[in-house]
Write a protein that binds this ligand. Structure first.
Ligand SMILES: [Zn+2]
Length: 515
């Protein structure tokens, strides 16, 4: 080793310095006795000389030693020992080489697996810095060996529902986006939309109701999964990673296989639903092309019953503007005849805002609760004045058939060259008062036989002829529909029937205009 050869050299130099020093000391001892007499030289000077020489010798020694070190240093090579998980892998010229290897491997992984998070396992690397004379570290061998020791795996994020693994996606952002999309399927209002709705709701109160074309609004209050949905970061193989659409479909469809059915002779939507023991709604939902239940032989139906892995529960506040009908206030007036009424004030309908809290699961309404009501526009009640004054025997002005099940056998007007003053009716034999009134005649009249005349005290009179029996007497007050006699064939008559006349202020009327 170069260190030992140098030591011999140092010893030789030291030996020559020591000899010089000793020789000097004997010369000084001689001159000291000589100078004692003339005292030319101060003793201090004399004493100083050997010290000066010693310092010089040490300096020389230091210089020799220093230059030896310089030599070693000039030929020493720094290198790094690389340990992986505590085991020596080899030596490299610099740690940078290892760092470069790692970053090269990492970019290779990234390039070969563009959409996957790859992790390079380098183990625990430790570096020991060494230096040796003319060392030649086998860098490339070490790096090659190290590369062989490295391993790689993918990192994925697994979606777990109630402890059941659904699928692995490439990263947390993808997992989050899928969950957001599932929620969005049943809660279509995004956060941005929700804010817009709240803004509308604020503006709503200050604007007129009429300006609001769509009175139904829905504000999403919460959306969450009923199941425990978690995500776990996992070390996986790149092939384990599924794309986002696959995992989304697994969540909303479950792992149910598609069921197809071809419509056969005699099938109907309801029959197929019954045959497969599924709801008709499933058939409509899965086959939106069906209109008015129309399916024909050969049509292919999708009868897949989805069993989603998750249940999205949404809570929405649904606001509706509904109209309120006005109430009617009745004012009684004893100066007005009973049955008469007069509209005093037209009612006006109002508007109110009602808020329902709807809980839906996967879009199906589970419960609805009225949580708020606010009147936006009050109603104006209608006022109707109703008369209470009752005049006994006064007609209503509306006539009822005097015979139930009446059949007309002869009309009003000219007949065989003579005027027929009324109508002839057959039907039930009971004769009924056509309106309220007072019996003004009950007896026999020429031609009409047994006859009743009722004065309705409103300008009208009615006549009932050919009766077999009269059941009322003159002056009697009758009500509309009261039985007043029995149909007959008395007077100038050819067969049992009722002859019925209507007079208005003494003028003959065609009764059919009033019946
Ligand atoms: Zn007649």
């Amino acid at each position: 080793m170069p260190f030992f050869t140098d030591k011999g050299r140092i010893r030789k130099v030291w030996h020559s310095i020591r000899n010089t020093f000793q020789r000097d000391r004997s010369q000084q001892a001689a001159s000291r006795t000589e100078h004692k007499k003339n005292d030319n030289v101060t003793p201090r000077w004399v004493h100083k000389k050997p010290i000066t020489l010693a310092i010089g010798a040490i300096a020389a020694l230091v210089i020799v030693g220093f230059s030896g070190n310089q030599y070693v240093k000039a030929h020493a090579v720094d290198f790094v020992q690389v340990y992986m998980n505590g085991n020596l892998v080899g030596e490299v010229a610099s740690q940078d080489q290892v760092n470069q290897l790692i970053s090269r491997k990492q970019s290779e992984l990234k390039k070969n697996n563009p959409n996957i998070t790859m992790v390079l396992e380098t183990g625990t690397l430790k570096f020991e810095h060494k230096s040796a004379y003319k060392a030649k570290p086998a860098s490339s061998e070490t790096l090659q060996k190290l590369e062989g020791l490295f391993s790689a795996h993918a990192k994925g994020v697994e979606l777990v529902v109630n402890g059941k693994a659904i699928g692995i996606v490439k990263d947390q952002a993808t997992a989050d986006a899928i969950l957001k999309r599932v929620k969005g399927k049943y809660a279509p209002q995004t956060v941005a939309k929700k804010q817009a709705i709240e803004v509308t709701a604020l503006a709503f109160s200050s604007r007129s109701v009429a300006a609001n074309s769509n009175p139904t609004r829905s504000a999403l209050k919460s959306v969450n999964f009923l199941e425990k949905v978690t995500t776990d970061v996992k070390d996986v193989q790149p092939t384990d990673i599924l794309n986002a659409d696959q995992v989304y479909l697994m969540l909303v469809k479950g792992t149910v296989k598609a069921t197809k059915y071809t419509v056969q002779e005699g099938d109907c939507v309801g029959c197929i639903a019954h045959k497969f023991n599924i709801s008709k709604q499933v058939i409509y939902d899965r086959n939106p092309w069906i209109q008015d239940d129309m399916i024909k032989v050969g049509d292919e139906l999708d009868l897949t019953v989805l069993k989603p892995q998750v249940t999205v529960q949404t809570i929405e506040n649904v606001t509706e503007t509904v109209s309120i009908e006005p109430i009617t206030v009745i004012q009684k007036n004893s100066n007005m005849r009973a049955g008469e009424q007069k509209l005093i004030r037209q009612g006006q309908s109002g508007k109110k805002k009602v808020v329902y809290r709807q809980v839906k699961q996967n879009g199906y309404l589970m419960s609805e609760e009225l949580i708020g009501e606010q009147v936006l526009e009050s109603t104006v009640p209608a006022i109707i004045m109703k008369g209470t004054k009752v005049i006994l025997g006064e007609g209503s002005g509306n006539f009822a058939w005097p015979v139930s099940g009446a059949r007309l056998t002869s009309g009003f007007g000219q007949r065989w060259g003579r005027m027929h003053k009324g109508v002839d009716l057959v039907g039930n034999s009971s004769i009924l008062a056509a309106d309220n009134g007072v019996v003004s005649f009950a007896g026999t009249k020429n031609g009409l036989g047994n006859c009743i005349i009722i004065n309705h005290k409103n300008g009208y009179e009615t006549t009932y002829g050919h009766l077999s029996k009269i059941s009322v007497s003159e002056g009697q007050v009758v009500e509309k529909g009261d039985k007043i006699g029995v149909m007959g064939n008395t007077g100038h008559s050819f067969g049992t029937h009722l002859h019925f006349e209507v007079h208005k202020n003494g003028e003959l009327q065609n009764p059919l205009k009033y019946l």
